[in-house]
Design a protein around this ligand. Structure first.
Ligand code: SF4
Ligand code: F3S
Ligand code: FES
Length: 254
């Protein structure tokens, strides 16, 4: 079979073809020192659509407007610090490719909902972390100290494997309509982290955590909306974990 031959002009055009296109980042800006109202601001930038939303935000911050404020640390989906609402859905900016979210239209970017916005895309995470701390997110193993590591079967480890993947990004809690309502609900992230220890066979504080979540602002406020599961960048079955905690509360078996 004859090998297709590229003529010279075609080859040059291919080498010269720039991957860059103009994409408009439409960002909801808020600076309490300037105004009590948030405003949308457009930033048209030249960017390769194979890059991530975080790369676009860096470009704006470093080359266009240094006052743009957002959190990020690892840039690789591990630290959970750059959850934001991108085109109306909670996502991690570092895990969202521009080409996957229709770069032909302006990309809207705003802070996650339900937590107080401090500046631009930065929210006050304290209520979120308080709920996390309240469920005792650590192993409580009582009795004699073992002389070797505390053994666990593969099946027992599997029971809470999914909920160990949480990176505390708050994408779930800040996409939950119950949490938006009054911010008092513990929220899916705290329940996921309680689940991780309640179903750990080495842990002895399951009852205590269940009682904490039996509160009027605990698991029973979940209306099985599934926004949390859709939003989780780690693919955790958040609603399923909440259901398992509810079932454990009823049966006291975990
Ligand atoms: Fe983020 Fe998922 Fe953990 Fe919620 S459960 S905080 S969405 S990683
Ligand atoms: Fe909220 Fe998730 Fe329940 S979105 S209502 S916590 S299923
Ligand atoms: Fe760490 Fe995105 S910057 S998860």
């Amino acid at each position: 079979m004859a090998t297709p031959v590229m003529d010279k002009a075609e080859a040059t055009a291919k080498t010269d073809a720039s991957p860059y296109i103009t994409v408009t980042f439409r960002i909801r800006r808020f600076n309490p020192e300037v105004s009590e109202h948030a405003v949308w601001e457009d930033f048209p930038i030249e960017i390769d659509p194979k890059e991530r939303v975080l790369d676009g935000l860096h470009k704006i911050k470093w080359d266009v407007d240094g006052t743009l404020t957002f959190r990020r640390s690892c840039a690789h989906g591990i630290c959970g610090s750059d959850a934001m609402r991108i085109n109306g859905k909670n996502r991690l900016a570092c895990k969202t490719l521009i080409k996957d979210i229709n770069p032909e239209k302006p990309i809207t970017i705003e802070a996650i909902k339900g937590l107080t916005v401090l500046k631009d895309l930065v929210v006050d995470m304290e209520p979120f972390f308080q709920a996390y701390r309240d469920v005792m997110p650590f192993l409580v193993a009582e009795g004699n100290e073992p002389t070797r590591e505390r053994l666990q079967s593969a099946e027992d480890r599997e029971r809470f494997d999914d909920t160990t993947k949480c990176i505390l990004c708050a994408a779930c809690t800040s996409s939950c309509p119950v949490f938006w309502n009054d911010g008092q609900y513990f929220g899916p992230a705290a329940i996921v982290n309680a689940h991780r220890f309640i179903f750990d066979s080495r842990d002895d504080a399951g009852e205590q955590r269940l009682e904490i979540l039996n509160d009027k602002d605990g698991v029973w406020r979940c209306r099985t909306t599934f926004n949390c599961t859709d939003a989780c960048p780690r693919g955790i079955e958040v609603t399923k974990a909440i259901q398992e905690v509810k079932r454990a509360l009823i049966t006291r078996r975990f």
